[in-house]
Design a protein around this ligand. Structure first.
Ligand code: GRF
Length: 217
């Protein structure tokens, strides 16, 4: 059975789009069952609607705590049958309430090579630091800030004339590659968390035969 992905995005949702495209093209064995946002204006919601996927806003009510907010998020995810949560440009920290509801099933993409440059504005931070390479990281989410076990990273060079925008665009291209790939590894049951490390189990060897047309095991 494929992944039932609940995606959560606060902004433009280009990573969401890369996941939607990968599901449609069979590069992820799964489907996006709901898109959530804390932001009414998130373009990610438009992308969901265009794809015929339920788009739900769970705005942060300043009178309620973060855990209370996450209880609503969990309820919406479960209502739509999600079994996996893909954070895609979600600007809020998640709490134990969400993590406990989807154990080892909450995953995020970050536009830097963790553990360097967690947090926000990290493209500029990498340039200002004088780093020669940056990149992106797909990781499982824990209660810390961008601190969970790393699934995949991609590295890109930082050029002397880079701005946060040019570097960000170079990184984003790689994000759109590694995020769907990480979700596919999850779909295939190939990710094993061992302490801080995420080990990639070998693909099913199958029978050794070539199938034409291709066959899914
Ligand atoms: C990406 O850079 C992602 O790594 C970060 O937020 C940004 C979201 O971009 N977490 P988009 O909304 O997916 O285009």
């Amino acid at each position: 059975m494929g992944l039932k992905i609940g995606a959560i995005a606060s902004g433009g949702g280009s990573n969401l789009q890369s996941i939607l495209d990968a599901c449609n093209e069979g590069r992820i064995d799964g489907e996006v069952v709901v898109v959530l946002s804390d932001n009414h204006d998130a373009f990610a919601l438009e992308r969901a609607k265009k794809a015929g996927i339920p788009a739900v806003v769970v705005a942060l009510d300043p009178r309620e705590g973060r855990e209370e907010h996450d209880r609503k998020v969990v309820a919406a995810l479960k209502e739509h049958g999600a079994d996996t949560v893909a954070l895609a440009g979600y600007m809020l920290m998640v709490t134990k309430v969400l993590l406990d509801a989807f154990p080892q099933r909450v995953i995020n993409i970050h536009p830097a090579l963790l553990p360097s440059f967690p947090g926000l504005h990290v493209q500029q931070a990498a340039i200002d630091y004088g780093a020669k390479f940056s990149g992106c990281t797909v990781h499982f989410v824990d209660e810390g800030m961008d601190s969970g076990p790393i699934v995949i990273q991609a590295v890109v060079p930082i050029r002397d004339d880079d701005t946060a925008q040019t570097l960000g665009a170079r990184i984003l291209r790689e994000e759109h590659r590694i995020y769907p790939q990480a979700l596919q590894y999850l779909a295939e049951g190939r990710l094993e968390i061992s302490g801080r490390r995420v080990l990639l189990k070998p693909a099913s060897p199958g029978s050794g035969a070539l199938h034409n047309p291709s066959v899914k095991y």
